[in-house]
Design a protein around this ligand. Structure first.
Ligand code: ATP
Ligand code: MG
Length: 571
């Protein structure tokens, strides 16, 4: 599907520099930029926050630019540094030690970021949970991680089944004033008493810092364990992929309950000392454009699901906002449909850069770099320091243009170091020295990677292998179709047939003529064998709370099978 190619624009490095780096780059080179180079000891909280707070030229710069319905606030680097010191002292007072799991379960708020860094400063491991989780999701994760402490709000407390959490010793309550029961700690009161000086716990690069549960798109979420060393890659990709410069105003729309919201909502921007926009509350096209315009955002990292909703909201709306500050846009989480890239060129006069990575990989691996040509529908090329390929089921590399399992040479800095409580699962990711992703893709002769779908989602119809992404992307190019989820449905003759679930754009009514027209559209524009034999119109497509289409759920519904773990299903 080689369509129009979009020429490179300017970035922190030109193409020749990237090519040289791809040939000779070593991760060790990045170490020189940090203080552990001299001391051998490290803490990511120091590098992201305290280092800037110690710098007279940076300490008063706004680090956090927060807005939510009914609340606006800013914090400088010095303020985050001092407040996270205070919170680290509170944690120490209640016995938190290096390696303990301390979880956060609360809405995006300044307190989230302050307590997050407080945890890291003690050497404990932070476990962020998405605020919309219900009781079962909270219980599973706190039990699995054996968390000792939880930071939450009085409103969310009812979703914490304390009787079933024997390891949970204390709960810090942010806001409100609950009766002190010995178990609850009042955040406001304790912070007022705590010193803003703290002896940070210096740790090794290989010591743990984060426990992130995956999105649950394909099954039960896994507890992915990351170490301080990941910062090397957060920093490098901040420069190469996010294209950050010191005076940028950066906005990553992901919630810190998902890995994008920490790696790129916290670490990459603050390691680079840029001003970080955090927006609370729910998505609406108007509010999002308003956030971009009001804060004069320059670099924006978001997701296909949000971009598709902006496309549906129409071009007239985007024209009513002044988005002239914006210079760089990226996307992650799902495949980025070519239709969305085309729209981005019209709506923003900017390219949208796809980036591919996973909770387990800790940071970006395959991306569209600013100074590299974009081939819409392709996620781009590996960043310097990363070797990627396509392997078969036995872990053998296969030639270009053949679909297989996307694999990465194991051992990059931000790679997970464990699946919590599940060494067998961890081992199962690796074959022949490759980390095997479970995503299906192919590589073209020029080294661009093309995502096809999850391995389990690839459809085998009449002997042809069809990736759901290509069909979905074509479907949403039809003017009537807003979103699409495509599955293979068992069929006695063809092995599988393609079934599409779609939602319609405003102004369109379901009719057999319309569905036939959509089918024909895919048939003539993509391929006859890729045209869905069945199309079902729905009010919505099931998604995870991190915004991914849950094809496994569409399939279970279609086949009347048990639905499995749905703790991350969006309501
Ligand atoms: P689970 O592992 O629990 O099933 P998940 O894989 O959705 O959930 P994440 O780690 O949040 O959890 O998501 C990583 C996955 O998201 C990738 O394996 C890939 O399938 C998809 N993904 C991320 N970025 C892209 C991208 N740029 N293009 C295509 N797919 C992407
Ligand atoms: Mg996954």
């Amino acid at each position: 599907m080689d369509m129009q190619r979009i020429p490179a624009r300017k970035g922190n490095h030109n193409l020749r520099q990237y090519e040289e780096m791809r040939a000779s780059f070593k991760w060790e080179d990045i170490h020189q930029k940090f203080s552990w180079n001299e001391t051998g000891k490290v803490n990511i909280a120091y590098e992201a926050i305290d280092r800037h707070a110690e710098n007279p030229l940076k300490k008063d710069q706004i680090a956090l630019l927060y807005s939510a319905p009914g609340r606006e606030e800013t914090l400088t680097f010095e303020e985050i540094s001092k407040q996270s010191n205070q919170f680290a002292n509170v944690l120490k007072k209640y016995g938190v030690n290096k390696g303990d799991r301390v979880f956060l379960f609360m809405p995006r708020s300044p307190e989230f970021y302050v307590t997050f860094f407080g945890i890291l400063k003690t050497g404990a491991i932070a476990g962020p949970l998405f605020e919309a989780f219900m009781e079962q999701a909270v219980r599973d994760r706190l039990q699995d991680s054996e968390a000792r402490m939880l930071i939450t709000t009085p409103e969310l407390l009812e979703r914490v089944p304390q009787d079933e959490l024997p390891n949970l010793e204390k709960i810090v309550l942010v806001g409100g004033n609950l009766e002190d029961s010995g178990k609850y700690i009042d955040f406001t009161k304790e912070m007022a008493d705590a010193s803003d000086a703290f002896d940070i716990e210096w740790v090794d690069l290989e010591d743990g810092m984060l426990l992130h549960y995956t999105s649950g798109s394909t099954g039960k979420p896994k507890g992915v364990y990351h170490v301080h060393n990941a910062m090397i890659q957060h920093y490098a990709t901040g420069e190469w992929v996010l294209d950050l410069k010191e005076d940028d105003i950066y906005w990553c729309t992901a919630d810190p309950g998902w890995v994008t919201g920490t790696s790129y909502g916290i670490f990459a921007p603050w390691l680079h000392g840029v001003t970080n926009v955090i927006r609370g509350g729910r998505f609406t096209p108007e509010d999002w454009y308003e956030t971009l315009a009001k804060n004069k955002v320059t670099v924006w990292y978001t997701a296909p699901t949000a971009l598709r909703m902006l496309v549906s909201a129409g071009e007239d709306l985007v024209k009513t906002f002044d988005l002239s500050s914006l210079r760089h846009i990226m996307s992650v989480g799902e495949p980025l449909n070519p239709e969305v890239i085309t729209w981005g060129l019209k709506a923003f006069d900017l390219r949208i850069h796809d980036t591919w990575w996973m909770t387990e990989t800790g940071a970006q691996l395959i991306v569209n770099l600013p100074s590299e040509e974009i081939r819409p529908g392709s996620m781009g090329k590996p960043i310097p320091g990363i070797e990627a390929t396509i392997v078969d089921n036995e872990g053998n590399e296969i030639p270009p243009n053949q679909m297989g399992n996307l694999a990465i040479k194991a051992g990059w800095p931000s790679m997970m170091r464990q699946i919590w409580n599940n060494p067998g699962k961890y081992e199962s990711y690796f074959i022949n020295g490759w980390y095997v992703s479970g995503d299906s893709a192919y590589r073209d002769e020029d080294g661009y990677f093309w995502f096809q779908g999850r391995l389990d989602d690839v459809i085998n119809t009449s002997g042809e292998r069809v990736g759901p992404f290509e069909v979905e992307s074509k479907l949403i190019e039809h003017p009537a179709v807003a979103e699409a989820g495509v599955i293979g449905k068992p069929d006695p003759q063809r092995g599988e047939i393609i079934k599409a679930f779609i939602t319609l754009n405003p102004g369109y009514e379901e009719s057999s003529e319309l569905l036939e027209d959509i089918r024909k559209f895919v048939k003539t524009e993509l391929a006859a064998h890729a045209a869905p034999r069945e199309i079902e119109v729905r009010d919505s497509i099931p998604k995870t709370r991190s915004g991914k289409i849950m094809r496994r759920l569409l399939k279970s519904w279609e086949l009347g099978l048990p639905t499995g773990d749905t703790s991350t299903l969006e309501e």
